[in-house]
Design a binder for this molecule. Structure first.
Ligand SMILES: NC(=O)c1ccc[n+]([C@@H]2O[C@H](COP(=O)([O-])OP(=O)(O)OC[C@H]3O[C@@H](n4cnc5c(N)ncnc54)[C@H](OP(=O)(O)O)[C@@H]3O)[C@@H](O)[C@H]2O)c1
Length: 285
């Protein structure tokens, strides 16, 4: 039995989709039965409840030999993750796969990556066999810019000339499913990237190419971007954490690609051009 979390989100959803075809027994923790109706119809066992609820964790992890931990970003993320790890140890889970981040390292200054790194360390000390999935900036993040791309042929971000090897969450899901369904991945950290290192100016060029019209990246000073983002992110901790993360990306000049998606998923990672072309309707008025 494989227990999955975060399946109504981007990376967990993609992992669940990729696992459905394997025929392996799957169980998921979801907060909304309605959102997981398609998974239920496909034969997935639902445990409805909150990741922070001990009884939910115990019920969900009973008899699971593998588990995928995806916790939402927020100031309580590390508490959620530690609680899940403790429950997995208690339940006798054999292999824990954690969705982390390529930025999670001992030197990171941004709180989200610091939490991921602290959680990785906690898992390493837990005695569980583990694998850390460490994706780069998600291509799906551009879906949040679809409104201005559609209306003004522009997107506004504070990334300066920073770089990222942007990756498609569907590739993250395929790679994570391969780890959960396969063998020999214990003790491995898998950095997951797309096929190219891109600045956000390069990204604008790929988006323009895919959409067949010119789209510009407008670099926004961090203070101005804070005011925009504050309209959507009302939690102060989360707002500061995302701005710190974006500041770190803006300062990145040494991003790199890996072959991990190809090696684990057995297919080339999606390019940003192809990703945007596949979602063309979202970016087109
Ligand atoms: N965005 C990036 O570019 C990026 C890059 C590298 C790494 N990451 C990391 O990737 C990880 C996964 O991100 P994602 O974008 O796949 O997540 P997401 O789309 O935001 O989804 C979060 C999932 O967690 C569930 N959830 C939230 N609170 C919960 C709770 N209290 N109890 C149970 N389930 C709960 C959500 O369920 P509901 O549907 O009920 O809300 C949803 O299924 C994050 O930790 C992030 O730091 C992100």
């Amino acid at each position: 039995m494989i227990l999955l979390t975060g399946v109504t989100g981007k990376t967990g959803g993609a992992t669940a989709q990729a696992l459905l075809g394997t025929g392996l027994p799957l169980r998921v923790i979801v907060r909304s039965e309605e959102k997981a109706a398609a998974l239920k119809a496909a034969g997935v066992e639902l445990v409805v409840g909150d990741l922070g609820d001990q009884a939910v964790l115990d019920r969900a992890l009973a008899g699971a030999d593998r588990a995928l931990l995806i916790a939402p970003n927020g100031e309580h993320q590390l508490d959620y993750e530690k609680k899940f790890v403790d429950a997995a140890v208690k339940a006798g889970v054999r292999h824990l796969v954690k969705m982390s981040s390529i930025e999670a390292s001992p030197t990171t200054k941004n709180p989200i990556a610091q939490i991921h790194y602290a959680s990785e360390q906690y898992i390493e000390k837990s005695g569980l066999a583990w694998t850390f999935m460490k994706p780069s900036f998600f291509m799906q993040n551009f879906l949040a810019n679809a409104g201005t791309i559609k209306e003004q042929n522009k997107f506004f971000l504070p990334m300066g000339d920073g770089q990222a090897a942007m990756v498609d969450c569907r590739d993250i899901g395929a790679a994570t499913a391969a780890v959960l369904a396969g063998a020999g991945h214990e003790g491995r950290r898998y950095e997951l990237t797309g096929p190219e290192v891109l600045t956000f100016h390069d990204a604008a060029a790929r988006i323009s190419d895919a959409l067949g019209r010119k789209v510009d990246y407008v670099n926004v000073p961090m203070d101005a971007y804070r005011q925009t983002l504050a309209r959507f992110l009302t939690n102060e901790w989360h707002l500061n954490a995302v701005l710190a993360l974006f500041g770190e990306i803006a300062a990145t000049r040494d991003a790199h690609t890996t072959r991990t998606v190809q090696q684990l998923a057995g297919r080339a990672p999606t390019s940003l051009r192809d990703f945007i072309a596949q979602f063309k309707a979202v970016f087109t008025a």
